[in-house]
Design a protein around this ligand. Sequence first.
Ligand SMILES: Cc1cc2nc3c(=O)[nH]c(=O)nc-3n(C[C@H](O)[C@H](O)[C@H](O)COP(=O)(O)OP(=O)(O)OC[C@H]3O[C@@H](n4cnc5c(N)ncnc54)[C@H](O)[C@@H]3O)c2cc1C
Length: 396
Amino acid sequence: MDQAMPVVALSNAAQEIWDCLVIGGGIAGSLAARQISRLGLKTLLVEKQEFPRAKVCGSCLNQRAIDELQHVGLGSMLGELGGRPTHRLLYTGFGRRIECDVPAGLALTRSVLDEALLEQARASGVEVIHEVVAQVLPTSPDASTREVRLAPTGTHPDALNDIRIRTRSVIAADGLGHPSLRKLPEFTESIKESSKVGLGAIITQSSWEAEVGDGDIHMYASRHGYAGIVRAEKDKIALAAAVNPGWMKDCGRPVDAFNQLLQEAGSQLEVERAASWRGTQKLSRSINEVANQRIFVVGDAAGYVEPFTGEGMAWAIAGGIAIADCVQLLAEGQEQLAVNRWKQDWLNRVRSRQFWCRVLSWTLRHPSRARLGTKLMSTHPLIATTIAKQLGAATH
Ligand SMILES: Cc1cc2nc3c(=O)[nH]c(=O)nc-3n(C[C@H](O)[C@H](O)[C@H](O)COP(=O)(O)OP(=O)(O)OC[C@H]3O[C@@H](n4cnc5c(N)ncnc54)[C@H](O)[C@@H]3O)c2cc1C
């Protein structure tokens, strides 16, 4: 499909009152839109970028994420897209090397995965508009709808015209920092001062690719952050890291920071300079509300813990699937119940599962704790295996 030609024209979208407007076509947004549309609700998804688009991510889907997708009939898609099975973690850092088995996962780059999930949403009846930036307006035209401004980006065919959309519910699945809710004081967030920033790239060739075994997730840690390398579909290798922002600035380019981190961790690998890198804002942040007045926040938009273990997609998937029931409750006129239900579901399905990531990122934040943690895991391998199982294992 030609992504530049929206299925529904902007001006036509403005004529309707939608049951649900989903902001963001990442994992959380596409899944939420698909599940909501399958309930028979008229759903519009808006995304500011053209697809396929790159996203800073280690590309590792853990067993829990795969299990959630299987549960909604999307499991076979992962194999068809060429997702590469992963089963072992190799950690190098603070003078030690630890190997442990992890629950079976898959490595698949985000440009491929996210485009396929968005296509699944479309196939379920979701209307999709690319290259528009959404902003939820603070005032509502009436008690039963919200108003959202859509500003086409410079490359959109209707680039000159902003429009306003009316919708009975809004899903903010717009990623880190929930930019579409900036005008709404009830969704303020706090960003951890000591937070790391993310960086990543996908490469297709390297002189050292034979060092990265099929099925292995390589992780490296130093006092400045941690990095991951994994083989994904076809000949792709995913590189990602979370590093201290001040240190990264001193290193110069992202590739230099990545290589220096690997070197400090004790690895001989060196990434070629040609790779195209992307970065993120500070990662660790929390939001004070995940639902309020017909707005539901899912995925990274609802707050973030540093992604040491590749749990982020599992949280986004769990949230994207669970939110559909809340939107249905709202469509049935039970607004307060819907809001309370999402607050509870988010606590149970996402927040409670972030425990081990919080422990790990707390440990890694301070070099002496990180050194001690690494030593403990290398002398007591059962600790490493138990944590790896807790983090990735399926729930159904
Ligand atoms: C360095 C790093 C490594 C990681 N590695 C892994 C890993 O290996 N495994 C794992 O499971 N997780 C990993 N994660 C976490 C994972 O990438 C995220 O948790 C996941 O992408 C969350 O998906 P999402 O749908 O919530 O947000 P996103 O994927 O960020 O999607 C949000 C979408 O919203 C769009 N958007 C934003 N604002 C607007 C707007 N105003 N209007 C319209 N559209 C908008 C964006 O263009 C984007 O497409 C990693 C993260 C980082 C930073």
